[in-house]
Design a protein around this ligand. Sequence first.
Ligand code: NAI
Length: 333
Amino acid sequence: MVKAVVLGAAGGIGQPLALLLKANPLVTELGLFDIVNTPGVAADLAHISTPAKVEGYLPADDGLKKALAGADIVVIPAGVPRKPGMTRDDLFKINAGIVKDLATGIATTAPKAFVLVISNPVNSTVPIVAEVFKKHGVYDPKRLFGVTTLDVVRASTFVAEILGNLSLSKDIIVPVVGGHSGVTIVPLLSKSTHPLPASLSTTDYEALIKRIQFGGDEVVAAKNGAGSATLSMAYAGAEFASKVIRAVNGEKGISAPSFVPLAADPAGGAVLTEELGQELEFFSSTVELGAEGVVKINPLGSLTDAEKALVKAAIPELATNIQKGSNYVIDIY
Ligand code: NAI
């Protein structure tokens, strides 16, 4: 029995994500919350012949509390998306407040739920959720995840394109570490399950790195003011949620990259800190999942010189983003 809740469920990501969660046979209850349109989305999804019982809530009459009651897993795609020319950090002003309020709802209503944050800037919104949970005395770092799966999905797809075989993309695993914005997105192509052609030039390698780091901009530009990635993000979010749900249900050997608190695995976190040469409270690395959330944070391991340079370049921006999120909550309380 798994209750999944989507906060921001009527949005561009929220609707297809809710559809994919409704299609997941492991989900038995689906709570949908948004400031608009959730009754309609819920009524529509409720007609699909899969197990999940669907309910939609608006803010009136304690809707957030009702949606979150008994939640096992909460996915948050609430907030504004980018328009052309915007960075993810430009969204902070609006989305920080939205995420803080939703995190407060989770901390008071479903403090044991696994929280999967999609709302950007992920590098800052995850620290916001952590600080809110700390303030409420319910912080469990093993249960908090920033969803970076879209970077992993894009890396798999783009590598498959270079290999000239898109049908491979489902099997290609490229660890993408660091964070979720521009240069903080660090694809470790040397660790891809499917090596790049030895003939790939340095220029083409660098173009591939850039494409993975800034793939979101391709979608923002193509949508021309109508938002950012929604369908690919819903796919990626549902994939990651499904992994968490399977691990909670007792399945072993499940792992995925995610932006997590290093405190989720103090031993693994210490190794990673040593590798980075700097303390960061959060970092995206491949994590092993279990019934209680993060079991192990994997180290980066041996990297090429080019990858070491990418990690080094990611750290300052990551540190700034994390601090910005934490301070936002610390300054309020
Ligand atoms: P959207 O504007 O289509 O949908 C956002 C939804 O959030 C709307 O339905 C809105 O009513 C709702 N919302 C606003 N305030 C709310 C509140 N206080 N409580 C509940 N719901 C609220 O935006 P879209 O395209 O779905 O993107 C959502 C977020 O996901 C953005 O911040 C975007 O940057 C981020 N994103 C993250 C990605 C990632 O890889 N982690 C990839 C793509 C987008």
